[in-house]
Design a protein around this ligand. Structure first.
Ligand SMILES: NC(=O)C1=CN([C@@H]2O[C@H](COP(=O)(O)OP(=O)(O)OC[C@H]3O[C@@H](n4cnc5c(N)ncnc54)[C@H](OP(=O)(O)O)[C@@H]3O)[C@@H](O)[C@H]2O)C=CC1
Ligand SMILES: O=C(CO)[C@H](O)[C@H](O)COP(=O)(O)O
Length: 478
């Protein structure tokens, strides 16, 4: 009888197949199962020599090929498929066996599945995995949450599979219930904002300064050498440099409609529920939605007869201003994402360690960036930091960039080049930096039409003005 497998992977599309190969390459025995067996056959045919694979054509054989307590990594489409797979697997499993959902599941689904599995004696982990196709194979960032004992049992395997930076694996236990998938969701939200900001920088330099794709590729490559150093900046340069079979820049012929699978939208929805001002990520979701209205955009452009902005010279100072505006906006996006994780942690009782989240995002994942080292340092200095913008390092970096940021946003507005994420990040920073805003008037209006009451700066308690009954003020609550 062959030696049993250390871990099983169920669902062998892009992510599952590469995670299975990753584990096998690290010396673990990997059981394989896919609903349609062609994917299993293909994996074994093309990569069977990379390690010890135990393929199965039935779920029963798959489960039987695993060492106890069994550990099964489920890599199927988020949503109903995960529930279907758990329902099919459960009767075949025993107490203490472990199911890990490594897809992009909604965190509330994960919390529900965690509990339902625990009721059956099955240990459940909801694990965010980031890194795409290549990361899954070479070492992703992994965000496991749920049953702590299941994590402890699997940590030696997960740590070997994960990317590693300075000898630290990009994998850590995040927290109970749906915490792991929540953190992955916010990771994806930040990914949306980061990409939107990069797209706006590209658009500004293209539309205002007439720079073509090869020139822009050079600029992004240069930015990769500085504070903006990140995977997304690196692949931006690569995408901009790519030409199609006809020799023209590929980016110029890619349809300008952004698609989305839902994690960015969920991040924004959760921020609304928690009352966190998540402007950069939410603008990025809206920008994708607007991009998808291509026919309508074309119709409106025809009607308003939009003319292109006047040609400008792309001087070094102008390009540096876009770079500085991008960096400052990016800091705001990350600050808002981390603030959201802190708010969720407080709301759901997860005790998230924000420095740990920055640590495991430094390698393997799509948003890996030099900035994350600084974020980790900021939360190491003060784990209770209310916002990254209160950290001296970040505040001074953003303040130093603020003149350039304002100039770039001003130029965008004056020339009709939409830069919603740049603009909203700046508006957020300005709002955050004002001890007294205009919500006093808003409170007055609420009291006028709905007797909602207001508080005063000069005395304690709640007050209501009898707006339509003579205008006297009454104290309604001491
Ligand atoms: N692609 C990426 O870059 C990333 C993806 N993710 C997440 O990882 C998960 C897997 O992603 P990916 O590899 O792209 O694959 P897909 O999301 O495209 O899912 C395809 C896989 O799901 C299986 N599947 C679908 N429905 C069922 C079902 N009812 N029962 C059993 N199996 C089913 C398919 O089996 P079959 O072949 O039989 O149809 C196939 O193996 C998703 O949640 C995704 O969001 C996370 C990070 C990055
Ligand atoms: O999780 C991921 C990366 O971290 C996936 O690539 C995800 O599909 C990205 O989201 P979207 O498809 O909505 O852009």
């Amino acid at each position: 009888m062959p030696e049993l497998a250390d871990i099983g992977v169920l669902g062998l599309a892009v992510m599952g197949a590469n995670l299975a190969r990753n584990a096998a390459r690290k010396g673990f025995g990997v059981a394989l199962y896919n609903r349609h067996p062609e994917r299993t056959d293909e994996l074994v045919r093309e990569h069977g020599g990379e390690g010890r694979f135990l393929p199965s054509k039935t779920l029963e054989d798959f489960v039987a090929s695993l060492a106890r307590p069994r550990a099964i990594l489920v890599m199927v489409q988020a949503g109903k498929a995960v529930d279907d797979v758990i329902a099919e697997l459960s009767p075949l499993l025993e107490a203490d066996d472990i199911v890990i959902d490594g897809g992009n599941s909604l965190f509330t689904d994960t919390a529900r599945r965690c509990k339902a599995c625990a009721d059956k004696g099955i240990r459940f982990l909801g694990m965010g995995v980031s890194g795409g196709e290549v990361g899954a194979l070479e070492g992703p960032s992994m965000m496991p949450g749920g049953d702590r004992s299941a994590y402890d049992r699997l940590a030696p395997i997960l740590d070997r599979m994960a990317a590693s930076v300075d000898g630290t694996p990009c994998c850590v236990y995040v927290g109970p219930g749906g915490a792991g998938h929540y953190v992955k969701m916010v990771h994806n939200g930040i990914e949306y904002a980061d990409m939107q900001l990069i797209a706006e920088a590209y658009d500004l330099m293209k539309s205002l300064y007439g720079l073509d794709a090869p020139a822009l590729a050079g600029i992004f490559s240069e930015w990769k050498q500085g504070d903006l150093d990140s995977y997304l900046i690196e692949i931006t340069a690569t995408v901009l440099r790519k030409t199609d079979a006809g020799g023209q820049p590929l980016v110029d012929v890619i349809l300008d409609e952004a698609e989305q699978k839902g994690t960015g939208r969920w991040t924004a929805q959760s921020a609304l529920d928690l009352g966190v001002p998540l402007t950069a990520i939410t603008e990025a979701v809206y920008a994708r939605a607007l991009s998808a209205q291509r026919a309508r955009r074309a119709e409106v452009e025809r009607k308003i007869g939009r003319s292109p902005p006047p040609a400008r010279k792309a001087g070094a100072a102008a390009i540096a201003a876009v770079r500085d505006a991008l960096y400052a906006s990016k800091v705001v996006a990350y600050a808002q994402g981390f603030e959201q994780m802190a708010a969720a942690s407080a709301e759901f009782g997860w005790d998230l360690k924000l420095a740990d989240m920055a640590t495991i995002w430094r390698g393997g994942c799509i948003i890996r960036a030099r900035l994350l080292d600084r974020i980790r340092a900021a939360y190491d200095r003060d784990p209770k930091l209310g916002t990254l913008l209160l950290d001296d390092d970040f505040l001074s970096a953003v303040t130093m960039a603020s003149d350039a940021w304002r100039a770039v946003v001003g130029l965008a507005v004056a020339n009709g080049v939409p830069a919603p994420a740049f603009s909203s990040a700046l508006a957020y920073f300005d709002g955050l930096g004002r001890a007294r805003g205009p919500a006093n008037l808003l409170q007055g209006l609420r009291d006028y039409f709905g007797a909602h009451t207001y508080r005063r700066l000069d005395k304690p308690g709640r007050f209501h003005t009898l707006w339509s009954e003579g205008g006297a003020e009454v104290q309604v609550d001491r």
